[in-house]
Each structure stands twice: as structure tokens, then as C-alpha cells.
Write a protein that binds this ligand. Structure first.
Ligand SMILES: NC(=O)c1ccc[n+]([C@@H]2O[C@H](COP(=O)([O-])OP(=O)(O)OC[C@H]3O[C@@H](n4cnc5c(N)ncnc54)[C@H](O)[C@@H]3O)[C@@H](O)[C@H]2O)c1
Ligand SMILES: O=P(O)(O)OC[C@@H](O)[C@@H](O)[C@H](O)[C@H](O)CO
Length: 528
């Protein structure tokens, strides 16, 4: 079985026998229609694109209610196009790793063209210009990582031939402007807060600079700033999509699926003709489009207003997912875990995050109205985190913890303060923060050193806890005042809100020698 069998009409009975879902639409007809009248270009040919936006469109096409595919443009790592798209007619295999152990295998055929977005690839660039000149084009979208939105001063000086993604996008928008100032929506789908504003700021930066340099008329800047023409909606995307996994690769090989190898590009993108991801997914998009849009609600996208997108993001990041991730990762690293799913089989850790979520954070959750926070957190705790097929590690999540504590826990503490709620209800959240001081020592619960994940504040914060030792007996913990009063790290001065002393006393217990992390975690979690 090979993906190219689909184009060649060479489909053996094996595909169905082995449980591979094939496209239910006329792939060649969709390809031709999309070529003639494109509606959607997506920048960033990475794993999440294939696992999520392209898969949603595939579902819409399978429903028979839509007839256009998506054209993918790669502005950074061209090897992905050469090695993971072109040899497979842009087809891929989505392997959905359900928490039940069921595995869904679906051929994704919604990507109709793959293009290298750079002037040096003449034909591909010319095709992109043609697409941007097409009145039918409705939306361009992105999953290019947060750094993909960067605007470097040197690139702004390169005029109309920039090398960074946002410069290229602005150059293509200029082509659309010249074609009659046609409307278009520019849609970030990256995992960063207020993502639409990031694209907007970058496009405005290039357009302003080019006007200033006399390279484009002032009307171009007015065009990108005119909300009846160009919009930059916000979105919230949530689907854990790890790199292609060796076990999945082997399972495909055992099936007889030949396109089963992983490619690591020179730029260190991990790609493959297949992608593995969890089943749960949320994509919430601010519905502010100027030229219509593909009907992605057919594939489950939730369209709403900006305020709702913002609330959904807060629900996820401040309460229902990310605080639990961080809590279990700080303790997971100290307890020697390397797999999130294994941590969920640890009764203390599971109860720890469950009680943090339901008892301590949920009373102040931001309820977006359109998604039920209880259903969301239920899916996180019962289906997503325990999924044994997801190769996610606490060490990944513990990266940059100093940058995440304020949003993941500080917002909840602030909400208790603002609403005059009883802060004695906060026990396990203080235990997470106490655990952070213990984590910063880089010594696990057996008394052995472990590698702390990268963090821009690591040296500074480790210096604060340096006087402390992991050992039984009396110690002076007054150094912790310099840690827990840091509003930049915790979002609040924990002493000013009456939690500092409680956290300090928990820290004392956590530092009391090997085994103290487990004992303290167990004690407080059981008592809750
Ligand atoms: N993987 C997930 O679980 C997940 C979940 C939700 C959201 N996301 C969002 O999607 C993004 C990409 O994730 P992925 O799984 O596709 O990663 P990936 O490594 O598979 O692909 C990254 C993509 O971004 C491009 N890129 C990287 N640096 C760039 C740059 N400087 N300029 C332009 N393009 C650049 C790459 O070329 C590639 O197309 C994440 O950063 C996040 O914002 C990912
Ligand atoms: O991406 P980070 O490093 O901010 O956080 C790590 C995880 O909590 C995060 O990646 C989640 O897996 C993701 O937010 C799920 O959609």
C-alpha cells in the first residue's frame, strides 16, 4: 500500500481490510477546481497542518458539501515539500491515536498543491502570485510557530524581496492589491495569545516601511488597514500533535503501508508521509472574513466573536489544560517520569491535577459560553493526558516554566483575590509553586541530579534557592522570600496575597531529604 496508489487508481482490497479510510470525494475533480478557483492557501507545511486544518477540510470534502481543497505554501523549510509532499501527490496519512487504544488511519487528500514560497523558486512563486490575484481567494492561514511572525530590521531593508515569512506574505498581498485591492482574510492558527494581532503587526510593519521607502503607494498601506478588505482574526488551536513516532511507523510497516519512514530535514523539521496525533481537537476562530470562507464548520471548527476566542483561550491556558500540564511536569521531572501518560497512572499525580483543576481552579474559570469548561477539563484528564500512545514528556512541558507560572496559576490567585474568595481553598496550587523551588534544585526525589529543562531565568532563580539543601533537619528558608515575592514570575506577590508563608512551609517539607517530594505530594493530595 502506497499513497500514490490513490492517484493511479491502484487500490487493493488491503486498504479497507487494514482499516484505512480513503477519500470519499473525487480527488482529481477537487484538484482541478481548486487550481482554477482557489479559496485557501495555508503557510507552514508542518505536522499540525496535516493533522488538523487539512484533516478538517478533508472531512468537509467527504461530506460532499464542499468542492475546494487547500494549497500549502512553505516559506521556510523547502525540504518538507520535496520530501514529504511532492513524492506523495500531496497526500498524507493521519494516524489518530485514541486513548482507548483504537487507531484511526485516514488518507488526507484535501491538499491539492504544495508550493515553495520564495522568489528563488520561479514557477512556484509565479503560481502564488497568480493565486493571490484570484478573486476567488478567501483566506490565507498559518501554522509557522511563534517565531515565524518575526520582523527583523534587516529584512525590512530588503525591499520587495524579503526572506522572512511575513515579508513574503506582505509582498503577495501587494500583488492582490495591484489586482484590484481584492478582499482577503489573513488567519493565524498558531498557538500564541491574540495570534491575529501578531500577523497584523508584521504585515503593517512591512507595508509601512515599503511606503516610507517609496516602493509601494500609500494606498497599499490603507488597503491592508481597511477592515472591509483585509482582516486578521484571532483563533485558538488545541490538538497535541507530536513528531512522527517510531512505534506508529512500525505499526504502519506491519500493515504493509510502505510510506512509513520519518524524514529529518537539515532545518530539523521532523516530518513524514504520515502524521500521528491525539483525537481531541479544538479550533475556535473569530468569524471576521471579508471574502467568504471555506465551510470549516463542516469539519468541526467553532466560529465565534473575538471576545469568545479570548475567553476560550483563557479557559484552556489558565484553568483546564496548561496549569495541569505544568503541575504534573514539575513533579513528574522530580519523580523521574519521562511520559505524561505514565504520570497519569500514578495515583498521587492524577489526583493532584484533578483536584487542582476541579476544586481550586474551576471556581474562577472563565466560561466562554460556547464550550463547557467541565467537558473540556474532563476530556483533558480522562482522555488526553492518559493516552498511552502519545509520546509527550514532562521535560518538554517544563521548558520555560518561569514564563508560564503567572498565566497558568497567577490568574487564578488574582481571581480569588478580586472576588474576595476564601484563599484557604488554595492548597494544591501553593504546593505546585512550592514544588517549583524544589524543582529548581535539579535533584530528584531519590537525591540524584536531573537535567532541568531550558528556561531563560534558570540561573537567576537557581541562585535564589542555592542556600537550600535537600536534607533532613533545620534550615533557614528565608531565601524563599526573594522567590515568592516575584510578581514577574508568579503574576502576584505571593506574600501580599497571604500565600507566601503557606508555600514556604510546604517547601520545607519538600526539601526534607530523599522521598520528601512523594511524601508531601501524597499527604496534601490525599487530604484535599
Ligand atoms: N504540534 C502541536 O501539538 C501543536 C498544537 C497546537 C498548535 N500548534 C501550532 O503549530 C505550530 C507548528 O507546529 P507543528 O507541529 O506543525 O511543527 P512542525 O515542526 O511540524 O512544523 C513547523 C512549521 O513551521 C515552519 N516554520 C518554522 N520556523 C519558521 C520560521 N521562522 N518562519 C516560517 N516558518 C517557520 C516550518 O517550516 C514548518 O512548516 C506550533 O508552533 C504551534 O504554534 C502545534
Ligand atoms: O507549548 P508550551 O511550551 O507553551 O506548553 C507546553 C504544553 O502545555 C502545550 O504545548 C500543550 O501541549 C498545548 O497547549 C496543547 O494544545
Amino acid at each position: 500500500m502506497k499513497l500514490t496508489d490513490i492517484k493511479n487508481g491502484n487500490l487493493s482490497a488491503e486498504w479497507a481490510e487494514k482499516g484505512y479510510e480513503l477519500p470519499k470525494f473525487d480527488v482529481e475533480a477537487v484538484k482541478a477546481k481548486t487550481h482554477a478557483e482557489p479559496t485557501w492557501v495555508h503557510f507552514g507545511a508542518g505536522n499540525i497542518f496535516r493533522a488538523f486544518p487539512a484533516a478538517i477540510l478533508n472531512d468537509a470534502l467527504n461530506s460532499g458539501k464542499y468542492d475546494r481543497g487547500v494549497i500549502v505554501a512553505e516559506s521556510f523549510d523547502y525540504e518538507i515539500i520535496d520530501k514529504a509532499y511532492q513524492p506523495y501527490d500531496n497526500l498524507s496519512l493521519l494516524v489518530c491515536l485514541k486513548s482507548t487504544g483504537d487507531i484511526e488511519k485516514k488518507v488526507i487528500a484535501s491538499v491539492t498543491e504544495s508550493l515553495k514560497a520564495d522568489y528563488s523558486f520561479g514557477a512556484d512563486w509565479a503560481r502564488l502570485v497568480e493565486i493571490f490575484q484570484a478573486p476567488s481567494l478567501q483566506m490565507i492561514s498559518f501554522t509557522i510557530t511563534e517565531k515565524g511572525y518575526g520582523v527583523a530590521p534587516a529584512d525590512l531593508e530588503r525591499g520587495l524581496t524579503p526572506v522572512l515569512a511575513m515579508g513574503k506574505v506582505t509582498a503577495l498581498l501587494y500583488e492582490r492589491f495591484k489586482a484590484g485591492a481584492l478582499p482577503l482574510t489573513v488567519q493565524s492558527m498558531d498557538n500564541c495569545s491574540h495570534n491575529g494581532d501578531k500577523v497584523k503587526a508584521a504585515v503593517f510593519a512591512y507595508a509601512s516601511k515599503w511606503v516610507e521607502q517609496g516602493l509601494v503607494p500609500a494606498e497599499f498601506l490603507a488597503y491592508v488597514k481597511d477592515e472591509t478588505k483585509i482582516t486578521f482574526p484571532w483563533s485558538m488551536i488545541d490538538k497535541i500533535t507530536p513528531r512522527p513516532d517510531a512505534k506508529v511507523q512500525q505499526m504502519l510497516a506491519d500493515d504493509g503501508f510502505e510510506d512509513n519512514y520519518t524524514i529529518v530535514t537539515e532545518k530539523h523539521t521532523f516530518t513524514a508521509p504520515f502524521v500521528n496525533a491525539e483525537e481531541t481537537q479544538y479550533l475556535c476562530i473569530e468569524d471576521h472574513y471579508t471574502n467568504g470562507r471555506p465551510p470549516l464548520e463542516l469539519g468541526g471548527v467553532l466560529y465565534c466573536d473575538r471576545e469568545t476566542v479570548d475567553k476560550i483561550e483563557k479557559m484552556k491556558v489558565c484553568t483546564c489544560l496548561n496549569p495541569l500540564h505544568t503541575a504534573m511536569s514539575i513533579y513528574g521531572c522530580m519523580l523521574g517520569y519521562t511520559l505524561i501518560s505514565a504520570e497519569m497512572a500514578d495515583e498521587d499525580l492524577r489526583a493532584f491535577i484533578q483536584k487542582i483543576g476541579y476544586i481550586e481552579a474551576m471556581p474562577v474559570v472563565v466560561d466562554p459560553g460556547v464550550l463547557n469548561p467541565y467537558e473540556f477539563i474532563g476530556a483533558v484528564i480522562n482522555r488526553r493526558l492518559p493516552n498511552p500512545f502519545m509520546p509527550d514528556a514532562p521535560q518538554r512541558i517544563a521548558t520555560d516554566t518561569s514564563q508560564k507560572l503567572a498565566i497558568r496559576f497567577g490568574e487564578t490567585i488574582k481571581a480569588y483575590e478580586e472576588r474576595g474568595l476564601d484563599k484557604s481553598n488554595l492548597v494544591l496550587i501553593p504546593l505546585v509553586l512550592a514544588g517549583y523551588a524544589r524543582y529548581l534544585k535539579g535533584i530528584d526525589d531519590n537525591g540524584q541530579p536531573f537535567e532541568i529543562s531550558a528556561d531563560p531565568m534558570l540561573a537567576e532563580l537557581q541562585a535564589i534557592v542555592a542556600p537550600l539543601k535537600v536534607e533532613a533537619g533545620e534550615q533557614d528558608f528565608s531565601c524563599l522570600k526573594a522567590l515568592y515575592s516575584r510578581t514577574d514570575v508568579f503574576g502576584v506577590d505571593l506574600y501580599a496575597v497571604g500565600l507566601g508563608e503557606k508555600i514556604e512551609s510546604m517547601a520545607k517539607e519538600l526539601f526534607a531529604g530523599p522521598g520528601a517530594v512523594r511524601a508531601t505530594l501524597h499527604k496534601y493530595t490525599l487530604a484535599r
